[in-house]
Design a protein around this ligand. Structure first.
Ligand code: ADP
Ligand code: MG
Length: 308
């Protein structure tokens, strides 16, 4: 049973009912309140030896534990409000804790979010952050909001983190892997235009598969349009396309929007100094295809990351 089948079978038995508006299956859940905003909430766990090397810099681990959650809020179009920290530690190593806290609070300050509480236990090093955000009901981006004819756009560039994980040691690539920048401001801006979004944590093609399934559309992606950073292009690697299309950990946003909104969305992202690139479109078919410029399917193993 793979990770997503497991979740569906054991933890996704019933449709959401108020105050829950959107439950299992999106980047964050949505809760109704009395006010005019929805609460978005999500949690993500980092496990030593799986999500980071046991000897990874604690500053990076602290930053990333919060960043991956802010990224899920960004994918909903939500503004981060606060977060909780559940920390399981093999020992109370003060040097490690100093670094971890510094990394986490550096990012928290940038987004004006405060730590609201948590839990501390002894065991194998594991970090779970639960984040809370708010979003206007009219601006929510859900995985089921894509329509046939929509264009698929992606923020920033793809493949840097996967290249770093594969051993590329350029500092710009390593930074993308260890201190990813959650696209929070872009998510808020894009929520004015996009019906659907996902953050690319497990690989572009695999993550777009979630939008395709939830929205009942097919998605065709053009390999020649995938944006690459200068640092990635400089490697001139034959694995570049593989990294861009299936590598995880980029934490860029992939969004679906009507073609007539793309120019405004690109301009709005440009004002944030973030490129937004059209990389494909939604079709009436099923599944996600990676195509060459001439429309021939590219032969890549579809390897979005799954834990089981
Ligand atoms: P993401 O990559 O955006 O963090 P995941 O792939 O981790 O999302 O999870 C997919 C969906 O399944 C999310 O909506 C998440 O909340 C839900 N989910 C994952 N594990 C569980 C669980 N044990 N119980 C309930 N829901 C879960
Ligand atoms: Mg996500």
């Amino acid at each position: 049973m793979d990770e997503f089948a497991l979740i569906r079978r054991y933890f996704d038995h019933e449709p959401a009912r108020p105050p829950l508006l959107l439950g299992v299956g999106d980047d964050a859940a949505l809760l109704q309140t009395d006010g005019d905003r929805l609460i978005a909430t999500c949690c993500d766990t980092l496990v030593a030896g799986r999500h980071f090397a046991a000897d990874a810099a604690p500053e990076h681990i602290g930053w990333k534990a919060l960043a991956v959650n802010l990224s899920d809020l960004a994918a909903m179009g939500a503004l981060p409000l606060s977060f909780l920290l559940a920390l399981t530690l093999p020992e109370a190593d003060e040097t490690w804790l100093d670094g971890f806290a510094r990394g986490m609070f550096d990012l928290a300050r940038q987004h004006h979010v405060q730590l609201a509480g948590g839990d501390t236990t002894r065991g194998p090093l594991t970090i779970t952050v639960t984040a809370f955000g708010e979003v206007a009901p009219t601006h929510v981006m859900r995985r089921d909001g894509a329509r046939s004819g929509d264009l698929i756009c992606v923020t920033g560039s793809l493949g840097d983190a996967a290249a770093a994980l594969d051993g590329a040691d350029a500092p710009a690539l390593q930074a993308r892997l260890h201190t990813p920048v959650p696209r929070v401001a872009a998510g808020r801006v894009l929520s004015r235009y996009a019906g659907a979004a996902i953050d690319i944590s497990d690989g572009l093609l695999g993550d777009l598969g979630h939008i395709a399934r939830a929205s009942g559309v097919g998605i065709d992606i053009r390999a020649d349009l995938l944006p690459a950073s200068a640092a990635l292009s400089a490697l001139g690697s034959p694995r570049q396309l593989q990294w861009q299309a299936t590598g995880g950990d980029d934490y860029e946003l992939a969004v679906a929007m009507a073609p007539e909104d793309v120019n405004d969305a690109v301009a709005a992202c440009k004002a944030l100094s973030l490129p937004l690139t059209v990389i494909g479109c939604c079709t009436g078919a099923e599944g996600v295809r990676l195509l060459s410029a001439s429309g021939v399917p590219c032969d890549l193993p579809d390897s979005g990351y799954r834990h089981f």
